[in-house]
Design a protein around this ligand. Sequence first.
Ligand code: KG4
Ligand code: ZN
Length: 343
Amino acid sequence: MERLLLAIESSCDDTSAAVLRGNRVLSNVVATQKLHEAYGGVVPELASRAHQSNIVPTVHTALEQAGVTLDDLEGVAFTQGPGLMGSLLVGTSFAKSLAQARALPVVGINHMEAHILAHFIADTPDQIMPNFPFLCLTVSGGHTQIVRVNSPTRFDVLGETTDDAAGEAFDKIAKIIGLPYPGGPLVDRNAKNGNPKAFAFPKSNVDGYGYSFSGLKTAVLYFLQKQVKANPNFIAENMEDLCASVQHTIVETLMDKLVLAAEELGITDVALAGGVSANSGLRQTLRDVGEAKGWRTFIPPFQYCTDNAAMIGMAGQFRLDAGQVAPLNAAPKARWTLESGRG
Ligand code: KG4
Ligand code: ZN
């Protein structure tokens, strides 16, 4: 029988717990912290307090939905970083204490590694998975990276953003347009009925496989300041076209470097991961480009795109299979790069 694992995710503003049997998800419960909406962004101190009140009930629900008890568990995985220190501390303390009390192996997981490994969750027996090495465009609220995934535990980051992450760009531009936090999904929804070519915004031009999104944010800000001066209703009147044009620019920028990397490295298994992989424009564009280029493309189901504990569990199974466990003094890491190498 494959290992029954409890996984905990608490790196940012969602408290999540999942139970996995091998690579199958038996439950995946996410408690979203709505309270940050009022502040236009995540307030770290409030996030850690909310994790503290959510964590026990969330784990309880995850066990119940999976139809198992603490006695059945054979391991615990938790997000050790990167993320907000106060938030990570809650999950780390909870997971280590539970593991200590129950004499279970416990493993600390890199959140970005887990986003990538979500592709190996097998909710259906005929699930098609990428072959190693594959390329993964990892796009979240804090990261934008092109990663060569060498094995389930070894990664080469080929390029990343020098300033804002793609999700951050969506959220900051959404805020300029007047949409509430987190704005990414709302830009996506509005973009569906808009013209992506209505407004031409500049695409950044960074060397190699790097990205930059702060210039786009500034360009949108100046453009709107000018337009609103001439017509105070400009944003409301052009909401859908604005969202479609911004989304189009971000998606094109992301895809340009991904295509370059795939062609230069000769890799044809290409995947998306992270919260922004929920974006319908990006999903469709990857499918279209993949079809034209003869790639096999991999896009996680929605529930495994944004933050969730199921992906932490998947990464945990790989790390425990490799014999890795967290030392008793394991502490969270606010910054933590992916483990490189070819092993
Ligand atoms: O991976 P994630 O849930 O959390 C982090 O690890 O950061 O990513 C959150 C980011 C936010 O910036 C959010 O606006 C963005 O993902 N996001 C989207 C969409 N859904 C989530 N951005 C664009 N379109 C979406 N549909
Ligand atoms: Zn994430």
